[in-house]
Design a protein. Structure first.
Length: 142
C-alpha cells in the first residue's frame, strides 16, 4: 500500500523521456546552427553591398574618385578618397564570416562608374552557407 500523495517516476520512464529529448536535439541543433550561419552571411552581404553603394554615392556626390579596398585576410572593407580614409567596416570579425574576392580593390570615378568592376565579386562564407555580392560594369551593386 502506498502512503502519501507524491507521484514518482521510474528510471525507465526517465530514460525514455531523456532519449526522446536527445533525438529531438540531435535533429534541431544542426538546423539551428545552419540558420544562424545563414543569418550571419545575409547580414554580412548586406553590409558589403551597403559599403560599395556608399562608396559609389560618395564618388557621385564629390565628383571625385573613391576607392574601395577589400582585405579578405582581416575581413575589412575600406573606402578612401586619395589618402583620406572615409569609412572602414570590419565585416568579417563583426559577423564571424570569411571574405573572398576576385579583385582586391575597386575605384568609382566621379560619375559613379566602376573602374575594375567588370568582374568584381565578393564571396561571403560561414559554415556551409555562402553568398556573393557582384558589382556590374556600371558600378551598380547586385
Amino acid at each position: 500500500m502506498r502512503t502519501g500523495s507524491g507521484v514518482g517516476y521510474t528510471v525507465l520512464e526517465l530514460i525514455v523521456v531523456l532519449s526522446i529529448a536527445a533525438v529531438t536535439l540531435a535533429i534541431a541543433v544542426p538546423r539551428a546552427h545552419r540558420m544562424l550561419d545563414s543569418i550571419a552571411v545575409h547580414a554580412a552581404s548586406s553590409d558589403v553591398a551597403t559599403v560599395l553603394a556608399t562608396a559609389r554615392a560618395l564618388a557621385l556626390a564629390g565628383h571625385a574618385p573613391v576607392a574601395v579596398d577589400i582585405d579578405s585576410a582581416s575581413g575589412v572593407l575600406r573606402v578612401r578618397r586619395g589618402t583620406e580614409l572615409l569609412l572602414a567596416k570590419n565585416v568579417g570579425p563583426l559577423h564571424g564570416v570569411s571574405l573572398g574576392r576576385t579583385r582586391d580593390s575597386l575605384t568609382y570615378d566621379g560619375r559613379g562608374l566602376g573602374r575594375g568592376a567588370a568582374n568584381l565579386s565578393v564571396v561571403i562564407r560561414r559554415g556551409g552557407v555562402a553568398d556573393t555580392v557582384f558589382v556590374s560594369r556600371l558600378g551598380r551593386v547586385r
